[in-house]
Design a protein around this ligand. Structure first.
Ligand SMILES: Cc1cc2nc3c(=O)[nH]c(=O)nc-3n(C[C@H](O)[C@H](O)[C@H](O)COP(=O)(O)OP(=O)(O)OC[C@H]3O[C@@H](n4cnc5c(N)ncnc54)[C@H](O)[C@@H]3O)c2cc1C
Length: 489
């Protein structure tokens, strides 16, 4: 199929504007209109990314110097988890973004994890093996000196509202038409396709392709085309969040902090002038008032700070591309913000769509996107299933939840049977969205090892044997401090 002549994007949240920029870049001949209602507004959260956002800006040709200061953005090399395990020494661990130079150390990490599963007391903390873990500990920005011969992967923290405004200005400057009206209905033609959006002023906006970025409303994909919703509720209990901001004192960290609380977890996302905090919890286990109290204590925001409450549902559309409609962002599904994958999935979806559209291959596209959602879900579910916390009904119910997806069961079974996890993930294929190193970070970082009931093999500590501490220490000297990189030193 050739590129659609007229594209209407419904929704001007992060998903809508990212989609507008990518489609304008891929299909310069198309007329793209983005319609949003200022009265409805955007969700206003979603301030941590994966390295995919870096690639997005590279694709649309925007330099960091241009967008980062305008969006209060800082560098992010991974996530630090604290309080997820009550057992020493596993109280805290890091999940760094893997990066090119890790090829020299990740094999030792995987081998040490295997030896640990066999009962050997060898180091398995991810940040002892992975460069971005070292940068997080040092507080260094992931911007190597010019002579450092490896590409570094990293993500960002940013102000969601400012990022949306920046992406809007960029898209409009590149020809995207911006309409601020409320859509009250969508009409369908005789063939069942959507033919127009109808506004509250009774205007009809016709297009060949409609992109549903209307957030949880799912106005086109769900309410107009009746695509079923596949719920993740039996696997993931969280359905609410309460958020607050505090001023930043000092230099922002280069990682997101994720602290486990009584009925969920709290993020801490450092920007240039403030820190965003949010407690993601399960309303079946905790009231909004109790969540507020815990968030105030965890964030130190004080009694006067204004908190905002949100509800969400977890799951995805059975199909993301139906007829002449593509769903992107919260309209297509949401897992939950642990590991900050929502914008990553937005980018994956649009990139895959552009590739599949030319071939008209809807089924393969829908299968690939659903596999990514399910793969991320499995990785997130493992964080809850593997808990050894026993201090609330919430954690006990998560640990006791035996309703696990098959792919996750296979991964956990391989791990606890001391099998080859990398090979198991290869078998799971696309349904294991996170790679082998990430799974090792989670399972080893969390300290979930099989009982040492087998005779010890004569294996070694590959961390020591390969001099990894010295190697990474040397690498780490090639990076500036985060404060210097942001001009805050
Ligand atoms: C608690 C929480 C934390 C999160 N944290 C992260 C994170 O750290 N990292 C991450 O990547 N993601 C995160 N996310 C997800 C992230 O916020 C979203 O994926 C992202 O903001 C995209 O949202 P959206 O554009 O799909 O929807 P929204 O921001 O809700 O935008 C919907 C748009 O549709 C428009 N609209 C709706 N109905 C109509 C109508 N009838 N007429 C006209 N316009 C209409 C609205 O005006 C708005 O412009 C988080 C989400 C939640 C709930």
């Amino acid at each position: 199929m050739t590129a659609p002549a007229r594209i209407a994007i419904l929704g001007g949240g992060s998903a809508g504007w990212i989609t507008a920029n990518l489609l304008a870049h891929a299909w310069p001949g198309s007329i793209i209109t983005l319609i949003e209602s200022p009265e409805i507004g955007t969700i206003g959260v979603g301030e941590g990314s994966t390295p995919t956002l870096k690639r997005f800006f590279e694709v649309i040709g925007i330099a960091e110097q241009e967008w980062m200061p305008r969006c209060q953005a800082t560098y992010k090399v991974g996530v630090r988890f604290a309080g997820w395990s009550p057992v020493a020494p596993w109280h805290a661990y890091r999940h760094p973004f893997t990066t090119q130079i890790d090829v020299h150390t990740e094999e030792a990490f995987v081998l040490n994890c295997r030896n640990r599963r066999l009962g050997h007391d060898v180091p398995v903390q991810p940040d002892a093996f992975l460069l971005n873990g070292v940068l997080a500990r040092q507080g260094s920005a992931p911007l190597p000196a010019p002579h450092f011969p490896f590409a570094i992967e990293y993500g960002y923290h940013f102000d969601a509202a400012l990022l949306g405004a920046f992406l809007r200005d960029t898209a409009v400057s590149r020809g995207v038409v911006h309409r601020q009206v409320r859509v009250v209905a969508a009409t369908r033609g005789a063939d069942g396709d959507i033919d127009a959006l109808v506004t509250d002023g009774d205007e009809r906006i016709a297009a060949d392709l409609f992109v549903d970025c209307s957030g949880f409303a799912g106005l086109l994909i769900e309410r107009t085309l009746d695509v079923p919703f596949v719920s993740y509720r039996q696997h993931l209990f969280n359905d609410a969040a309460v958020v607050v901001q505090t001023p930043l004192a000092g230099v922002p960290a280069v990682e997101t902090l994720s602290i486990a609380l009584s009925a969920g977890w709290c993020w801490s996302i450092p920007l240039r002038q403030r820190i965003g905090h949010g407690y993601v919890y399960a309303s079946d286990f905790l009231s909004p008032d109790a969540a507020e109290r815990e968030l105030r204590a965890a964030s130190g925001c004080g009694e006067q700070a204004t908190l905002r409450h949100l509800r969400f549902r977890t799951g995805r559309m059975a199909r993301h591309w139906e007829r002449n409609c593509l769903a992107v962002g919260l309209a297509q599904g949401f897992i939950e913000p642990l590991e900050a994958t929502a914008l990553h999935l937005v980018l994956n979806t649009v990139e895959l769509f552009i590739g599949h559209y030319a071939r008209g291959d809807r089924a393969a596209f829908n299968e690939a996107v659903s596999a990514r959602f399910d793969g991320v879900r499995d990785y997130i579910v493992a964080h809850y299933k593997l808990t050894t916390r026993d201090d609330s009904d919430y954690w006990r119910s998560n640990a006791a939840n035996d309703d696990l997806p098959d792919a996750l069961l296979h991964i956990l079974d391989t791990w606890f049977r001391r099998g080859d996890l990398t090979e198991a993930l290869r078998q799971v294929g696309e349904r294991a969205h996170f790679g082998s190193v990430s799974w090792h970070c989670l399972l080893a970082g969390y300290g979930t090892f099989p009982p040492a009931n087998q005779p010890r093999r004569d294996d070694v500590d590959f961390h020591a044997a390969r001099g990894i501490a010295t190697f990474l220490d040397g690498c780490g000297r090639n990076f500036p401090t985060h404060a210097a990189a942001l001009g805050m030193a």
